[in-house]
Design a protein around this ligand. Structure first.
Ligand code: G3I
Length: 332
């Protein structure tokens, strides 16, 4: 076991290692706060910046949770990732698109992005500007925003974010697009089109929810390479590992640790500068309420705030891997 914490090792490698954070838990649980500030150098707002959470009624923004998370990140010198400005999910119940014209919906989204990204222009370092715009077959998802503006909603969103937060890294984020498949192709082609049109997009987030089967990391490596060849940073933004090992369920935690290790090795080899787990402790994970049939221990810490073999695997990998050639070593 290495003596250094995950955060210390990540800093040595110039690697951003984050976790998704819930506002309530942050306020109420000192163990959670201790793990976050001790073990991670970055945080992502899990739900607090989603439109539905921010806008409980038509005339009001509620920034309380988002402010708490962003302040925590600032106080403890962490990079803060805002998730997310545009999504088809977790939208306000009161937003009834059929009562608005397309132009009104466009102005609504513009005002939303200007208000939210503008508020945090100096405190949020990275934005998941658009989340999950592509379907599994590679076609565009027909959302409220797509219906009103067509595919143009995506580039408009990036331009609006860039207008008010010009220093932030702007990211497109999606799931099931990690390896080589029709959805990954659709995302790749979308990003190529956006870049050809000069849209200010800096990064692509591959979520990496390893839920049902072990991802093919060789295919992930090839996809990462082609995305980087477009000139984009690639981030792993929502990692959790819950796929069952049907043959040897008793070895689940070892297999899980091995996968975390292989994934980190891929990230280091491919110069991926950001890896984020979707939560801190198993008990904080979204998975148990969404997929009760899956293993409910997808993260690096258990419900008692203790490290797991998955944590040991990534810490020892970082400790054993030279930071030469990693991001920090190349900075002037
Ligand atoms: O805020 C309400 C609260 O007022 C209410 O009392 C409570 C009762 O169930 O529900 C609360 O809302 C829940 C919200 O999380 C906050 O806890 C929603 O029901 C629940 O659906 C929501 O789940 C979130 C999910 O996104 C929604 O799709 C998960 O926490 C969150 O981890 C998950 O995150 C997504 C990423 O944003 C995008 N990628 C996939 C990822 C996993 O689904």
């Amino acid at each position: 076991m290495a003596d250094a914490t995950l955060r210390e090792l990540a800093d040595q490698h110039g690697l951003t290692v984050g976790a998704a954070v819930a506002g309530d838990t942050l306020r109420n649980d000192p163990h959670y706060r201790g793990l976050l500030k001790g073990e991670f150098n970055a945080i992502t707002t899990e739900n607090a910046l989603k439109m539905g959470e921010l806008r409980p009624d038509p005339n009001r923004f509620d920034f309380a949770d988002a402010d708490a998370i962003v302040s925590f990140g600032e106080v403890y010198g962490m990079s803060v990732r805002g998730h997310t400005l545009v999504w088809h999910n977790q939208q306000p119940d009161w937003l009834r698109p059929w009562e608005r014209t397309d132009d009104q919906l466009e102005q609504f989204l513009r005002t939303h992005i200007h208000t939210v990204a503008g508020r945090y222009r100096s405190t949020i370092d990275v934005w998941d500007v658009v989340n999950e715009a592509v379907l599994d077959d590679g076609s565009m998802r027909e959302t409220v925003w797509y219906d009103a503006m067509g595919e143009a909603y995506i580039e408009k969103a990036f331009h609006w974010a860039n207008e008010v937060a010009p220093d932030a890294t702007l990211c497109y984020n999606d799931y099931n697009a990690e390896g080589m498949n029709p959805k990954a192709d659709g995302v790749y082609e979308l990003l190529s089109r956006l870049l050809d049109r000069g849209v200010p997009i800096d990064a692509v987030g591959l979520q990496m929810h390893a839920l049902h089967e072990k991802p093919d990391l060789e295919a992930v490596g090839r996809n990462v390479e082609r995305l980087q060849e477009l000139g984009l940073e690639v981030h792993l933004t929502e990692i959790d590992v819950a796929y069952p090992d049907a043959d040897k369920p008793e070895h689940h935690r070892t297999a899980q640790a091995n996968f975390y290790r292989e994934l980190l090795e891929l990230a280091l080899a491919a110069d991926i500068n950001t890896v984020v787990t979707w939560g801190v402790r198993d008990s904080d994970s979204w998975i148990r309420s969404w997929f009760p049939d899956l293993t409910d221990d997808p993260l690096l810490f258990d419900k008692h705030n203790e490290t797991k073999p998955a944590y040991d695997a990534i810490v020892s990998t970082l400790a054993e891997t030279s930071s030469e050639g990693s991001q920090s070593a190349r900075q002037p």
